[in-house]
Design a protein around this ligand. Structure first.
Ligand code: NAP
Length: 317
């Protein structure tokens, strides 16, 4: 990113699972999250320099944004950065659905600007990009990014913003050891070349790459992530075991090695933290330097797992 903003941390924090809180064990993640626990996550994260928080209206239909704002209460607005999204599929029917959705997010997050505002997916780039321009001019949006967009769609959004003197400053796509379509399609190279920050989401494949879950200890029964991943956990074992072994030498876990891999690839992972201990893990991950040989070995094991973890909301890149 450019401008006078504070430096972006090595890892951003994701709060999709936070949309489950209040519906213990009953949401997308099946996580049991309490507001006091999430406050602890925030305190530990802020104290360790992880100050960029990613959310979206659709994470619990406003719940994630509200819970995050309550957990951040008491911090000065300059001490943290907020990243939220316009999701075309739930656009209202007013004159300016993008401004309306932003306004509702600002209300829920008790603020008058967001640091990063994303078009969540490329349902109609020509329609949904122009309304960002007045929001950038007003200062309600500091920076704009696009998510789940392919190269052509990124270029179109950039052209539209460029005509008004702005640009796409960040890209946010699914990118993990198991899902490297943005790399194959040249999106990572494009971002590197044009100084656009690439945020990788689902680096941990919603828990399946943490080493904590496996055939003997599957993801929470009844949750959507369990339905997606539990069937492929046996295929991931060799990869998570190797990540665990690589981590062991550095006092780190498989999850931290997966995160370090995304950093080694020049991206900024958005990790969906749910427990204070996850922040300790990110501190370790930030300090791990994987060798080229380790990166290649992990990618070969990931390819050998032969799984397709493309989300139901994602297009081929
Ligand atoms: N733009 C988009 O379309 C899009 C799509 C998906 C996600 N995202 C963003 O990316 C973020 C990350 O994705 P995600 O939350 O779906 O999945 P993720 O980061 O791949 O995995 C999150 C899960 O991994 C576990 N975990 C997190 N940190 C850990 C650590 N340090 N050590 C061990 N386990 C850890 C937690 O599971 P337990 O709670 O079971 O411990 C957590 O629920 C989201 O929160 C969201 O902000 C964006």
């Amino acid at each position: 990113m450019t401008g006078k903003e504070p430096a972006v941390p090595a890892v951003a924090l994701g709060t999709w699972a936070w949309g489950d809180s209040g519906e213990a064990g009953d949401g997308y993640f099946g996580s049991r999250l309490s507001e006091s626990g999430l406050r602890e996550v925030v305190e530990k994260a802020q104290a360790n320099g992880f100050t960029l928080w990613d959310t979206a209206v659709v994470y619990g239909m406003g719940r994630s944004e509200s819970v995050l704002a309550r957990a951040l209460a008491g911090y000065d607005r300059s001490e943290y950065q907020l990243s939220t999204k316009f999701t075309p599929q739930i656009a209202g029917d007013g004159d300016d659905p993008v401004a309306d959705m932003l306004e509702q997010s600002l209300d829920r997050m008790r603020t008058d600007y967001v640091d990063l505002f994303w078009i969540h997916n490329p349902s109609d780039v020509a329609r949904w990009t122009p309304p960002l321009i007045p929001l950038l001019r007003s200062g309600k949006v500091r920076h704009v990014g696009v998510s789940n967009h392919n190269l052509e769609e990124i270029a179109l959004a950039d052209r539209i913003l460029g005509e008004a003197g702005f640009r796409v400053e960040a890209v946010q796509n699914h990118y993990s050891l198991l899902y490297r379509s943005s790399e194959r399609a040249g999106v990572l190279d494009h971002c590197r070349k044009h100084d656009v920050r690439f945020f990788s989401y689902m680096v941990l494949e919603q828990g399946a790459l943490t080493g904590r879950y496996g055939p003997a200890n599957p993801l929470p029964e009844g949750s959507t992530r369990a339905a997606v991943y539990n069937g492929i956990l046996p295929q991931l074992q060799a990869l998570t075991d190797r990540m665990g072994a690589i981590g062991e030498d550095r006092g780190a876990s498989a999850a931290e090695v997966a995160t370090a891999w995304a950093i080694a690839k020049g991206t900024t992972p958005i990790v969906g933290v749910t427990k204070p201990g996850h922040i300790d893990g990110l501190v370790r991950a930030r300090g791990i330097e994987l060798t080229d040989g380790e990166v290649a070995e992990l990618e070969a094991l990931a390819d050998a797992a032969d799984v397709d973890t493309r989300g139901w909301w994602e297009q081929e890149m």
